[in-house]
Design a protein around this ligand. Structure first.
Ligand code: AMP
Length: 286
């Protein structure tokens, strides 16, 4: 057995930057890929393999890598059944069915008897078969959104994040096929034989993911205001309350959703809090 673990990540495309960001935030130190295949992590027994997004699943499936970062859509399309360790909080998109905006179709059922172009033919066939909708799936590998205009198909199934590409191409979504996000997958043998090492990496990544989108709030307040303030703070657990040198004054610390902070600040102030600090959180291990 190799001593160093191997993690395969995409070397090109949308998942590269957020994946590198996650690994760096987790505290892994390595030279960024400079187009080489392997980067040695200096502070952990881990090598990072930079491969094509589509090949990540093959590397992990074959055991060439123990872990990999890929998209749910790609795993679904590959048909390979790899253990899914966790979603990573980025690369969110959906596979959606869309039709030219000037056609009457309103739902995926309306595609019965029509041709549907997609770069995800296996996922599409499975989707329609499960719903017993007879369609002809036309596999194409790129520029799916122009297929209806070229007369290649009546509808498409394609990845959508904001929907602006569809609109620009005169298309209208009529239903979702699959919700996707970046995903950490494992080789099944590695998962049983190297459970501890894989668990350590998963903990490092999950601690960063949990901390993103949360803030640490600190404030001072008269002790008499505690119960009012507590009601405003739906933290992880109950807030920490620390007595201050001034009699009758306390400090309150709490973890809150980052999205809630702006709404919360004026209400905390109105309820008697002062000297409010909002701090970033690096990692949370529950
Ligand atoms: P790439 O084609 O290498 O840029 O990577 C494509 C992968 O990124 C897809 O398979 C998805 O998992 C993910 N992704 C996230 N958002 C989008 C999007 N709007 N369009 C295409 N792929 C996306």
């Amino acid at each position: 057995m190799r001593d160093r673990l191997r993690l395969a990540i995409p070397n090109k495309g949308r998942l590269v930057e957020p994946t590198l960001g996650l690994l760096h935030d987790a505290g892994l130190v390595f030279e960024e890929h400079d187009r080489s295949l392997v980067a040695r992590v200096q502070n952990f027994d881990l090598d990072i393999l930079f491969v094509r997004t589509n090949d990540v699943i093959e590397f992990v499936g074959d055991g060439v890598a123990d872990l990999g970062v890929t998209g749910i859509d790609l795993l679904s399309e590959s048909g390979v059944d790899l253990p899914r360790i966790r979603t990573l909080g980025y690369g969110q998109c959906r596979l959606a069915a869309a039709v030219p905006a000037d056609t009457p179709h309103q739902a995926v059922e309306d595609l019965a008897g029509l041709r549907v172009a997609t770069a995800h033919p296996n996922t599409a066939r499975r989707f329609f078969a499960e719903r017993q909708i007879p369609v002809e799936v036309v596999p194409i590998s790129g520029a799916v959104e122009v297929a209806p205009r070229l007369g290649l198909a009546d509808a498409i199934i394609d990845l959508v994040s904001t929907g602006s590409t569809l609109v620009m191409n005169g298309l209208r979504p009529i239903g979702d096929v699959l919700a996707s996000e970046a995903l950490l997958v494992a080789n099944p043998n590695a998962l049983s034989r190297r459970a501890e090492a894989l668990g350590a990496i998963d903990t490092m990544l999950s601690a960063v993911i949990a901390a993103r989108g949360r803030k640490y709030l600190m404030m001072n307040a008269p002790a008499s205001r505690l119960s009012v303030l507590e009601e405003l703070l739906p933290g992880l657990e109950s807030p920490s309350v620390i007595p201050l040198a001034h009699a009758g004054m306390i400090a309150i610390h709490s973890v809150v959703d980052a999205d809630a902070v702006w709404g919360l600040l004026p209400r905390l102030k109105a309820a008697g809090a002062s000297g409010i600090l909002v701090l970033p959180i690096e990692k949370i291990v529950p």
